[in-house]
Design a binder for this molecule. Structure first.
Ligand code: WTA
Length: 695
């Protein structure tokens, strides 16, 4: 096994596209010392453990983080509790498939626990009375608050319950819950006992939940009776029951289900319950002891699995491990949002996605801030909801997705202006490219032109922010994620894998690991290597296109693979296609994304019907509805196609490959710009598809 040593990286690669930084010598240091770096005139003390005050300091730190990742991250990690310290050579990796298996280790030899660092550490330091979690219900009159000490007690009770049910270190536990306090509590309880959580977003269908439980072999499921989203109630437990039955049909038994009664949505009396297998959260967990010893784990011990869509096949179980993820989520939260203990911070993401993992459950709590957990939707009961919550709790940092901003922007400025937003200091955006119009509205209307906008580019796989501004340290540009965070070395590649210098457009890759690099795809290391490290040997391939401008700023242009980003949710076209083809009337389906004014991208599905169905390959509206319902059932409502386009024939090459480029152009009514279609087996297909648009 070949290890690529950390010292292989020269300083020239530190910030691609910008002028080489001036030649400064950065000494290798022990992990606990503050580095003194000779800056222009005065000696400044720079460590990422402190707040960063200038672009100069960022540059010094960035250089250090690239030249000596082991020392840089060890310095940051030294402020956390480690039951046993990491080894001197704690960082090693191989990113090059040609040299052997891909692997990444950070803080090797170190032993810690992320739950201890997120909760016990603050309590031990005298901050037990600081509010930790604030619950804001779908109904504005429902709220709840837990201090750090109280959250710790709740976590311990659940951890004890899990242990009593036989959950051990390394077991995977599935969590299918809405945004109530018990969701982050469940994640922390798993982490406390070294169990691996696998959170499944509450919008996923029974099929999707079953597939994830089966893949991860999760015998224990934590769920909830139901949830209210605006005026709609969703019976989560009924969906969970169906998922458990689907698993049983496949020969996999989920033997323990814990159900939280969310009685404002669905009461216990209306919730299906299987005695023996099912247990009520409120009656069983409450009586558990409120202290629970921490299970100390190795830095590389698995922390969680989170399934995400790729361009082919089933969703992949992205695996993150303990130490590196802890340090990176803490560092990015601290610097990107400027977090200080006691700040009231609000991330609107659901814990079912990576943003809710890194920037709700873990990163902010590692920094000791007060976190809002919001059950509802931004437009209920009115489009003022977000700003009312900001005013009510005096939110300092607010983090949301462009899709929410676009929909709120449409409702008019008066909803925003009616609320006091003077507490806001930093605004964040995540999940998809933010269009300059939404950026400006966020900046000028929401932030009264005084709050910097952190447009954070990252992925489930990266675990934390990769390219992002830092508040006040450099000028943002609307629509650009700007510059890399510490330890991140982006590269813009052409399609052959050549690295482009300076101003350039191509695909975005990353050249060396950062602490929260995904470590594998669960049970499929080969897929991990092929997917992320295969396309461009020596690099992690992101799947995104990007442009680097003359100032070295990065502009993400969207996915270059067959992944669609709908309202910030990643959906693989292949998954939607196989859900459509499952319908008995559907012979073939091809799915592409198209520009959507609110969702960013919408789902556009071409459907070829079975012989004898419809007229000349054209079905009716009832069949369209059935096809859409089938996708909701198989994946979840958020993956429902926006458009079904009847396609008696699909544009294929002579070898039978569907030309999606052609389908994208027809979907966006740009068929005049099709370019060369001479490789199509039957070019007349194009005209017939154009004729069927809107039918
Ligand atoms: C997209 C979400 C542009 C991108 C954290 C990426 C973005 C995918 C941004 C990951 C951004 C995320 N600007 N595009 N600021 N943030 N993306 O895994 O295409 O759900 O590859 O992680 O979202 O989606 P995921």
């Amino acid at each position: 096994m070949q290890t690529v040593g950390r010292m292989k990286f020269g300083r020239g690669q530190c910030k691609a596209g910008q002028k080489a930084t001036r030649s400064i010598h950065i000494p290798r240091v022990s992990s606990t010392r503050i580095v003194k770096i000779a800056s222009a005139a005065t000696a400044v003390q720079v460590t990422a453990r402190e707040q960063i005050k200038s672009f100069e300091q960022y540059k010094e730190l960035y250089e250090w983080s690239i030249r000596d990742p082991a020392g840089f991250w060890a310095d940051f990690a030294s402020q956390f509790h480690w039951e046993k310290k990491w080894a001197e050579d704690h960082f090693d990796y191989n990113f090059d498939v040609r040299k052997g298996p891909v692997f990444v280790n950070f803080f090797k030899g170190g032993v810690t626990n992320i739950c201890y660092n997120a909760l016990d550490r603050h309590v031990a330091e005298g901050h037990g009375a600081t509010p930790c979690l604030l619950f804001e219900g779908n109904d504005p009159d429902r709220q709840k608050a837990l201090t750090y000490a109280e959250t710790l007690e709740e976590v311990c009770k659940l951890a004890n319950w899990l242990k009593a049910k036989g959950v051990k270190k390394g077991d995977t536990v599935a969590i299918y819950m809405p945004m109530i306090l018990e969701l982050p509590i469940a994640m922390l309880a798993c982490a406390r006992i070294g169990a691996v959580h696998s959170v499944v977003f509450g919008g996923f269908s029974a099929d999707s939940l079953a597939g994830r439980m089966e893949d991860a072999k999760s015998r224990v499921l934590l769920t909830c009776s139901g949830v209210m989203r605006a005026t709609k109630s969703i019976k989560l437990k009924s969906i969970a029951d169906k998922a458990v039955s689907l698993c049983a049909e496949q020969g996999f038994n989920v033997d323990t289900v814990l159900v939280y009664e969310n009685d404002n949505a669905i009461a216990a009396a209306d919730t299906p319950f299987t005695p023996g297998r099912d247990h009520w959260w409120q009656s069983e967990v409450a009586s558990m002891p409120s202290t629970c010893p921490v299970e100390w784990v190795d830095s590389e011990h698995p922390l969680f699995l989170l399934y995400t869509s790729g361009s082919t096949g089933k969703p992949k179980g992205v695996l993150h491990t303990t130490g590196g993820y802890m340090i990176y989520s803490a560092a990015t939260s601290k610097h990107v949002f400027g977090l200080q203990r006691g700040d009231v911070y609000w991330c609107t993401a659901d814990c079912g996605w990576i943003t809710g993992h890194s920037y709700l459950a873990y990163g902010p709590m590692l920094n000791g801030v007060t976190n809002i957990v919001f059950e509802g939707v931004p437009t209920h009961p009115t489009p003022a909801r977000c700003w009312e919550v900001v005013e009510k709790y005096k939110v300092k940092q607010f983090y949301t997705a462009p899709t929410a901003l676009r929909s709120l922007m449409r409702s008019g400025d008066e909803w925003v202006k009616a609320c006091d937003r003077s507490s806001l200091k930093v605004l964040g955006s995540v999940g998809e490219p933010i269009n300059p119009e939404a950026w400006r509205w966020y900046h000028e209307v929401v932030g009264d032109s005084r709050c910097p906008i952190m447009d954070t580019w990252w992925q489930t796989e990266t675990g934390g922010h990769m390219i992002t501004p830092l508040p006040g340290l450099w000028q943002e540009k609307p629509g650009s994620a700007t510059l890399p965070f510490f330890g991140v070395v982006p590269a813009v590649l052409d399609e052959k894998g050549n690295e482009l210098e300076g101003e350039a457009e191509g695909v975005l890759a990353l050249k060396q690991p950062w602490p929260s690099t995904l470590r594998t795809v669960y049970n499929d290391h080969k897929r991990y290597e092929e997917n992320y490290f295969g396309p461009f040997p020596g690099y992690y391939f992101s799947g995104d296109g990007c442009r680097r401008d003359a100032d070295g700023y990065y502009w993400i242009t969207g996915r270059v693979d067959d992944v669609i980003n709908v309202s910030g949710h990643r959906i693989g076209t292949a998954e939607v296609e196989s859900a459509l083809v499952a319908h008995p009337s559907c012979a073939e389906a091809a799915v592409v994304g198209y520009d959507h004014p609110i969702k960013g991208q919408g789902i556009y599905a071409y459907v070829t019907l079975m012989e004898g169905v419809g007229h000349d390959g054209v079905g009716d509206d009832a069949l369209k509805k059935q096809l859409v319902a089938g996708v909701r059932e198989t994946i979840g409502a958020f993956a429902a196609p926006d458009v079904i386009h009847w396609a008696p024939g699909l544009p294929k090459t002579r070898s039978g490959k569907i030309m999606r480029r052609v389908l994208r152009k027809i979907a966006s009514k740009e068929e005049e710009q099709l370019g060369d279609i001479s490789t199509l087996a039957d070019p007349s297909v194009v005209a017939s598809l154009v004729n069927l648009r809107g039918k």
